[in-house]
Design a protein around this ligand. Structure first.
Ligand code: ATP
Length: 275
């Protein structure tokens, strides 16, 4: 696997700190808290930063309230965000007032403010709604290349030039499809297959079974970047936790492919940084 450790230094440290505070929140005095709310197809994640933009708390829950970037269970989404907010407020002993949220690339015209209304409905004052790749890049700090966010329902693609997003796309292939492939191959329920897939111990065994769907994601990437002089691919999103995914993408696209140590919480932290 290719690595660019220095480029990911900030990202890796921030995500490591965030993983620690999910387990044990840091109860500090902060004049303000910034919350990033990531409403995903597979997970709803809340990331809380203090006045110095350091992670102090976080929580996530598996949920089916969003599909292909669209809120499909509005009431359910509000309920879960509210519950996670209250859980974190109790742990921190402080009220969480401000939040930012993000939309998958290219869905802003379809969303009609649903994600914003969910965050407000849960009791937050919303300060920003940005696009997911811009959020991810607040953590990755890439100048040129393509960020590929392989989440649960979709693969988001954002091409960057001089640190600015110049092209975005979102395609309906993601970790859910990986789990469906496994459910079929192993004759398991979807939930069992998804759990089996998330266990790092199983990744070596799963890669050959998942190769065709990873190759499909690679062809999606190649199609979207062909008009642009992209030289590097940067992976984020929970599906990129899969060990070995980067090698197949490198081979299929002929482009060096990099991923941070934990690609899972990059976007929620980037949302919080933009709060
Ligand atoms: P989307 O971005 O499509 O709306 P999301 O924000 O919920 O969805 P993420 O939280 O980035 O997406 O990723 C969720 C996906 O990552 C799920 O399909 C989940 O099974 C997968 N995933 C999480 N952890 C792992 C792991 N350790 N190994 C493999 N896949 C994983």
């Amino acid at each position: 696997m290719e690595t660019v450790n220095s480029a990911f230094q900030y990202c890796d440290q921030l995500v490591r700190d965030f993983e620690k505070v999910i387990e044990a929140p840091i109860v500090t005095k902060s004049s303000v808290y910034y919350t990033g709310v990531d409403l995903g197809t597979a997970y709803i994640v809340l990331a809380v930063l203090d006045e110095n933009y350091q992670p102090v708390a976080g929580a996530y829950r598996f949920a089916h309230v969003v599909k292909d970037g669209m809120v499909v269970d509005y009431i359910g989404a509000i309920r879960i965000v509210k519950e996670l907010k209250q859980e974190l407020e109790q742990k921190l002993g402080a009220e969480l007032i401000y939040a930012a949220a993000a939309l998958p690339p290219g869905t802003d015209s379809l969303d009609s403010g649903a994600i914003k209304h969910v965050v407000q409905g849960a009791g937050f004052e919303i300060t920003n709604v940005l696009d997911e790749p811009t959020a991810a890049n607040a953590v990755l700090k890439i100048q040129d290349g393509v960020i590929v966010d392989i989440g649960g329902g979709t693969t988001g693609i954002a091409i960057l030039k001089d640190g600015k997003v110049i092209y975005v796309a979102d395609e309906p292939t993601g970790g859910t499809h990986f789990s469906l492939v496994l459910a079929g191959a192993y004759k398991m329920s979807f939930d069992d297959a998804d759990q089996y897939k998330r266990d790092f111990k199983n990744h070596r065994e799963l890669i050959p079974v998942l190769r065709p769907v990873i190759e499909k994601v690679s062809s999606i990437i190649s199609r979207h970047i062909r008009e642009y002089p992209v030289k590097e691919i940067y992976l984020v999103g929970g599906t990129c936790c899969l060990n070995g995914i980067e090698d197949i993408i490198t081979k299929q696209t002929n482009l060096p492919t990099y991923k941070p140590q934990n690609p899972m919480f990059v976007t929620p932290l980037g949302i919080a940084l933009n709060c």
